[in-house]
Design a protein around this ligand. Structure first.
Ligand SMILES: Cc1cc2nc3c(=O)[nH]c(=O)nc-3n(C[C@H](O)[C@H](O)[C@H](O)COP(=O)(O)OP(=O)(O)OC[C@H]3O[C@@H](n4cnc5c(N)ncnc54)[C@H](O)[C@@H]3O)c2cc1C
Length: 392
């Protein structure tokens, strides 16, 4: 039996170290509280653009570094350890929207958009969710009619991140009214196009604003229709990367919560002794550490399967475990802070608010459990056992 274990390369360690130094030098964790009012972390993103982070998933010919998904996961995990809002800001430069454009957009749009994503001059957003249907993708109503010289988009998208900061929107839309999931393609819309309007803004418990957008006869050039009906599987494959990137935010935040907890229990005393001496506290730490390590293993394995998109099953399992684990771990970390943990003066309360996002975005965990459960019922072979799922 081979004795292989996952070891990071020198390049990967250097990359994480650079991000870590930047975040520590600028004290991002303590300062992250200032983004609770919805302020966009523009300065942090500018710093990250300078060291190449925003171009991680952009091909080299457009100014990026086209790093493997695994490296991107490592970097987002590190950023999320210091600042939830910044990690979420980076996600839109390295996530599904960038990958869809890099892979499927025509050359002219790639040249126009992607170099500016790398420098942070252009932010991207993704428009999937509609007011009546989020998980319920086959019931999306937004529709694009293809005409002779242009395409016309009508519909409403909601809960959209970066609604005020993004210039380009990657919009999941029905094409020519084609029905069901397979009728959905993808259109690129610039926010300055007539008929594009932000119609509502929601302030979230994570701090950021999400928005509603209406498309009223928005006319775009035909080349902006980057995926037609029948290409939904391609969209879904690109979306699978989100199932690794979203939990990398959760994982980083769970690790930050653990760091905050261990610092606090070593310092806080009861009857003259650090509370770290209590067995009850040590058991909490042991369980938190166990769960973080299990989550890391699942997520890294899923990210390493990417070629270029991750194995859907592994990514779904990693996402549902890591998202739920991070909520549990940050709740326990807050608990060991006592009442101070509930105040804005300790980073743990900030972490606890942001980490709640994980199970909701990037594929709600209940929908993923459905997907994995169905696959197990169909394919798990009790004679061959766990090897029948092909993971190891
Ligand atoms: C911080 C944040 C950022 C976001 N950013 C974006 C963005 O940029 N772009 C975008 O398009 N959307 C975005 N969203 C929206 C997000 O993608 C949706 O909220 C998500 O897809 C769930 O859709 P929904 O809210 O309509 O809930 P619904 O789909 O209505 O689900 C309601 C509940 O039912 C559960 N459920 C679903 N299927 C099943 C099932 N089979 N069995 C049991 N229960 C089930 C869900 O898990 C959920 O708990 C964001 C959300 C958040 C919180």
């Amino acid at each position: 039996m081979s004795n292989q274990r996952l070891q990071l390369t020198e390049e990967q360690r250097a990359l994480i170290g650079t991000v870590q130094n930047l975040a520590r030098d600028k004290n991002w964790r303590t300062n992250s509280i200032k983004f609770l009012d919805g302020t966009f972390p523009a300065e942090n993103l500018r710093e990250l653009a300078k060291i190449g982070v925003l171009g991680m998933s952009v091909p080299e010919e457009y100014g990026g570094s086209s790093l493997p998904l695994f490296d991107t996961v490592l970097v987002i995990e590190e950023i999320a350890k210091h600042c939830y809002t910044t990690a979420m800001g980076v996600m839109s430069s390295v996530g599904t929207q960038t990958r869809v454009i890099s892979k499927y957009a025509p050359e002219s749009l790639k040249r126009e958009i992607l170099p500016k994503v790398c420098t942070g001059e252009v932010n991207l957003a993704i428009g999937m969710t509609e007011p009546h249907a989020g998980t319920d993708v086959p019931n999306y109503k937004t529709n694009t009619v293809i005409k002779e010289n242009c395409a016309v988009v009508n519909g409403v998208k909601t809960l959209i991140s970066k609604v005020d900061d993004a210039e380009w929107f990657v919009v999941f839309t029905r094409i020519n009214g084609a029905p069901g999931r397979d009728g959905i393609g993808c259109v690129l819309v610039n926010r300055n196009t007539p008929g594009f309007e932000v119609t509502a803004r929601y302030h979230t418990m994570g701090g950021e604003f999400l928005g509603e957008i209406q498309f009223n006869n928005v006319e775009v050039p035909l080349e902006n229709v980057i995926l037609r009906e029948g290409a939904f599987k391609k969209l879904l494959s690109a979306f699978n990367t989100q199932r690794c990137l979203n939990p990398s935010v959760s994982l980083g935040m769970a690790e930050a919560a653990f760091e905050e907890a261990i610092n606090y229990v070593r310092q806080r005393t009861i009857r003259g002794n650090p509370i770290a001496d209590f067995q009850g506290i040590q058991w909490k730490l042991a369980e938190m550490y166990r769960d973080i390590e299990a989550g890391r293993a699942l997520l890294y394995q899923a990210a390493l399967s990417a070629d270029p998109f991750p194995n859907p099953q592994q990514a779904a399992v990693a996402k549902m475990y890591v998202n739920e684990m991070a909520i549990r771990v940050s709740s326990e970390a807050l608990q060991v802070h006592g009442g101070y943990g509930f105040t804005d003066d300790y980073p743990i309360s900030r972490i606890y608010r942001g980490v709640r996002y994980g199970t909701l975005g990037g594929g709600a965990v209940e929908a993923l459990k459905d997907l994995v459960g169905k696959k197990l019922v169909k394919d798990f072979d009790p004679v061959e056992g766990f090897h029948s799922m092909g993971t190891f």
